[in-house]
Design a protein around this ligand. Structure first.
Ligand code: NDP
Length: 224
């Protein structure tokens, strides 16, 4: 039975990852900040184990990772925040911006570090859920905190891909689409089912490379 680890598994894209992998017969380690409040996650049937992990608390991720002994075929670093309260240039709230970077960059990278040994054992894959909003080539302005965090995450993904290629681990960042979730809002273009089906196909096709592409859930390549 292949094994997947998902962060931010209690709602949105992370929850849908848990549902789809579990329905496909995978063992799922579902990480979330407050398991006691994760009723929808608890209701998912299949081989799902729920663990507490706040990606801003590196000790919490490490402790959770240390408690898991399975080799990990796929790690999905999905947890993220938008941080609208960081505001825009001219009136930036640096404490909020800092917390966005700590979650979206440090949190995702710390998750990869915590589970690298598990992924090595399976010669597995690490997928970072990034955003097209992190594309410098595509950027139209606004969203300072979120955009810079995802740009940094993309660079981190490339650095990690190069660091782990020698261990036969495939690493890449993905854009999940504009998805109807709490973050994506009601005007989003696709639902979580369509996003995660696409992401799962792409994750299935990931190959070991020191220089991954930045792909959208539908396979379209996005400019860095
Ligand atoms: P949601 O806001 O619906 O869910 C975010 C998830 O991240 C929640 O499970 C939340 O947990 C978790 N999370 C936030 N901070 C932490 C933390 N410190 N530790 C652990 N978990 C945390 O967002 P989406 O599902 O839409 O987003 C998932 C990913 O997809 C994010 O990385 C986002 O940037 C990316 N994305 C989303 C897009 C969209 O249109 N929806 C577009 C492009 C990218 P909690 O419930 O505890 O807050």
């Amino acid at each position: 039975m292949p094994t997947v680890v998902v962060t931010g598994a209690n709602r949105g894209i992370g929850l849908e990852c848990v549902k789809q992998y579990a329905a496909d017969g995978w063992k799922v380690h579902a990480l979330c900040r407050r398991p006691e409040k994760a009723a929808e996650l608890e209701a998912v049937s299949g081989a799902v184990e729920i663990h507490a992990a706040d990606v801003m608390q590196h000790a919490s991720i490490n402790e959770t990772a240390n408690g898991i002994t399975d080799p990990v075929d796929v790690l999905i670093a999905n947890a993220g925040v938008h941080g609208k309260a960081a505001g825009e240039f001219g009136a930036l709230e640096y404490d909020v911006w800092r917390s966005v970077i700590e979650t979206n960059v440090f949190g995702a990278v710390a998750t990869a570090e915590a589970f690298a040994q598990h992924v090595k054992k399976a010669k597995g894959k690490i997928a970072f859920i990034s955003s097209k909003m992190g594309s410098i080539g595509d950027a139209s302005g606004g969203g300072m905190a979120y955009r810079t965090s995802k740009t940094a995450l993309n660079m981190a993904a490339k650095v990690i891909a190069a660091a782990l290629a020698g261990d036969d681990i495939a690493v890449a960042p993905f854009h999940p689409g504009w998805v109807e979730t709490d973050m994506g809002g009601p005007n989003a273009l696709i639902d979580t089912g369509e996003s995660v089906s696409g992401l799962r196909n792409l994750i299935g096709e990931m190959t070991v490379t020191a220089s991954p592409k930045f792909l959208s859930y539908d396979g379209a390549e996005i400019e860095w």
